[in-house]
Design a protein around this ligand. Structure first.
Ligand code: CMP
Length: 151
């Protein structure tokens, strides 16, 4: 199976609740590689653009307000089947329906303040990763090379 790269966002609720470390730990423990990572405060224009597919939905304006209310942590995650694995780790959108053991089930507080975002398909993953990251921002980490180098 080919390696995939998917977008993850630690949302403002989780950043404000000091859950960034917890979420990164779960990502690494699950064996997903962090190919890129950046903290950013989204502008309204950027958030509206990113969530363009949801424009016109009743929750759209509130979602944009929430996503711009504080900094987010943007990540590109890589691995075999990374899109589905990250979705599995997150759990369903609504934390009330998300099983315990998933990030949203354990750390989300409402359908809006659901701690994390993830791309919903392989096609969208590529678009979403490149919305936030250029090719040069994405690292290929070779543990063999790291351990061989130096003394
Ligand atoms: P996310 O995976 O980032 O994609 C769209 C976001 O809209 C979703 O997570 C939720 O945070 C937010 N949202 C708010 N209300 C709803 C709703 N009724 N249905 C789906 N998403 C919602």
């Amino acid at each position: 199976m080919a390696k995939e790269t998917t977008l993850a966002i630690v949302k403002p609720d989780a950043v404000a609740s000091k859950l960034v470390g917890e979420i990164l730990s779960r990502i690494e423990a699950a064996g997903l590689e962090i190919a890129a990572l950046r903290m950013e405060r989204l502008s309204h224009a950027r958030a509206r653009n990113f969530y363009y597919v949801h424009r016109g939905k009743p929750f759209f304006e509130s979602l944009v307000d929430f996503m711009t209310s504080g900094p987010v942590v943007l990540l590109a995650l890589r691995g075999e089947n990374a899109v589905a694995r990250w979705r599995q780790l997150m759990g369903p959108t609504d934390p009330r329906k998300a099983p315990k053991g998933t990030i949203r089930g354990d750390l989300g507080t409402s359908i809006e303040k659901n701690a994390v975002h993830g791309s919903d398909s392989v096609e969208n993953a590529s678009t979403e990763v490149h919305f936030f990251f250029g090719g040069a921002d994405l690292f290929e980490i070779d543990p063999e090379e790291v351990w061989r180098s130096g003394s």
